[in-house]
Design a protein around this ligand. Structure first.
Ligand SMILES: [Zn+2]
Length: 487
């Protein structure tokens, strides 16, 4: 029976794959790099030629352990690699080395905290089921001649899989997007993944289902692929919610299927319908030893984790008094946040430093398409300009000009002010002379002021600023004008 006006609850499970930043591949010495000529980074091990023996990349294991710890996971002190057997053209071995779901993945039973609520001040925990290590597959390519081929440069690249718990804690497209953004940031802060979704080093495959509010079971799920950006993740999930509700509304049954997202057309298409669970015939890889970790090793890794993005964000809000928005902007880029930390450590007022960074500094960098690390401005420059304004040595308008010069030359603001004689005039006697001069030169304007057009005061402020090249202390100018114009 068709239903209308039914309220559905959406549930989203997230499966994220992150290529790990290592020098070499997971089980061989081939370089782990993006791009380049096809099939140039391959060897008997990653192509699984007979007799080739794999060995475990320690660095990759450490990356997964650190990630699992940062994600509040339990750690399996003994963990194995399994062969996941299936046939697909992008898999030269005929199996993928992975960690079987029912046994010990390196990390399990963790959670990620994400911002929540309209003001972003609340937080929410998204529970995680597992964090495990596997190898990436090759890449199918369409050849100019019309056929297809496989590039095995990616085959054997260390890949980490992070899966949310069941039933899912994520219920909206926005939450899914926030989860992915926070997870990406965490991986980048840890230095384990470059997080480049557009290059495929971070891939997200959500499974989406909808069910009536009162239902005890989750609905039939759709797995969505080809999501190349955060925006695509949110719009893809939103599209699926609507599509499934429409289907149910028309009285149709949903099929469990894998769908692809077409970003240009903002629509999804069927890739395959799941008829039965595939049997991957998992078994322990006979060539690889178990990974065994000591308590001491794990605790050393835990103790050496950096301050994580959400911890930083909460510290900025709670201890430094920044808004959730400002804190979010600072934390969204690790180098930007480190720059801010450096300026605050140097004694800069956090709010003022943040205003300069997210205001003028960000605008100038953006205009020149530069990263903060490529700029001549260092945290000490920002602290200097903040202190000069705060002490009244220069006014806001001069400060902006000085900062632009600092940005271009790398000179310290105090040096520019010194050499150019730009310091603010706060000497009341000196300003009074200029104020009287301006009044004397503009009798018509004075007349209008006396007729009651008091907003003409702004005209006199402008005149005084012109005469002092913008250096007069605006507060004193205003006070003196009030007195002198009323005479
Ligand atoms: Zn290799």
């Amino acid at each position: 029976m068709p239903k209308s006006g039914v309220a559905y609850v959406t549930s989203v499970g997230m499966e994220v794959h992150a290529e790990l930043l290592t020098e070499t591949k997971m089980f061989c010495g081939c370089l782990n790099r993006f791009g380049g000529e096809v099939n140039t980074r391959v060897c008997p091990v990653c192509l699984a030629l007979p007799g080739a023996l794999p060995y475990i990349n320690r660095r990759a294991v450490e990356h997964v352990l650190r990630t699992a710890l940062a994600l509040n996971c339990q750690i399996a002190m003994r963990s194995l690699f399994h062969r996941k057997n299936y046939f697909y053209p992008d898999l030269p071995k005929g199996y993928q080395l992975s960690q079987y779901e029912e046994t010990n993945p390196i990390g399990y039973a963790g959670y990620l905290v994400i911002p929540a609520g309209d003001d972003g001040l609340a937080t929410k925990r998204v529970r995680l089921r597992r964090v495990h290590l596997e190898e990436d597959t090759g890449k199918l390519m369409h050849l100019p001649s019309g056929g297809s081929g496989v590039d095995c440069n990616r085959a054997g690249v260390p890949l980490m899989e992070i899966v949310t718990d069941f039933p899912p804690d994520i219920h909206t497209p926005e939450e899914a997007r926030e989860y992915l953004q926070q997870l990406r940031l965490l991986l980048v802060y840890l230095g384990v993944c470059d997080g480049k979704m557009e290059q495929g080093s971070l891939r997200c495959e959500p499974n989406i289902s909808i069910a009536e509010e009162s239902a005890e079971k989750l609905g039939v799920k759709t797995e969505l692929k080809n999501l190349g950006s955060f925006r695509a993740v949110a719009s893809g999930i939103r599209h699926e919610e609507t599509r499934m509700a429409d289907e149910l509304g028309r009285g149709n049954e949903l099929k469990q299927e894998t769908r692809g997202w077409n970003e240009d057309k903002e629509t999804s298409f069927v890739m395959r319908v799941k008829e039965q669970e595939q049997d991957y015939r998992y078994f322990t890889d006979p060539d690889l030893p178990p990974m065994v970790f000591t308590e001491e090793y794990i605790e050393t890794l835990r103790a050496n984790l950096p301050e994580l993005p959400m911890q930083k964000r909460q510290r900025y809000i709670e201890a430094l008094g920044l808004s959730a928005y400002d804190a979010g902007v600072l934390v969204a880029d690790r180098e930007w946040a480190e720059f801010f930390d450096g300026a605050v450590e140097d004694g800069g007022d956090p709010k003022q430093v943040c205003n300069w960074m997210n205001g003028d500094f960000a605008r100038l960098l953006n205009e020149d398409k530069l990263d903060v690390s490529e700029s001549k401005v260092r945290p000490s420059h920002i602290v200097n300009i903040v202190n000069l304004v705060e002490s009244g040595a220069i006014n806001g308008k001069t400060a902006k000009e000085v900062f632009e010069r600092t940005y271009k030359s790398g000179e310290l603001p105090a040096e520019i002010i010194e050499s150019e004689g730009l310091s603010q005039i706060s000497d009341t006697g000196a300003i009074l002379c200029v104020v009287r001069e301006a009044i004397k030169e503009n009798p018509d304007a004075v007349g209008k002021f006396k007729e009651g057009k008091t907003n003409i005061k702004g005209f006199f402020v402008g005149k005084v600023m012109q005469k002092t090249k913008g250096r007069a202390n605006a507060e004193i100018v205003n006070q003196l004008l009030d007195v002198e114009l009323s005479k």
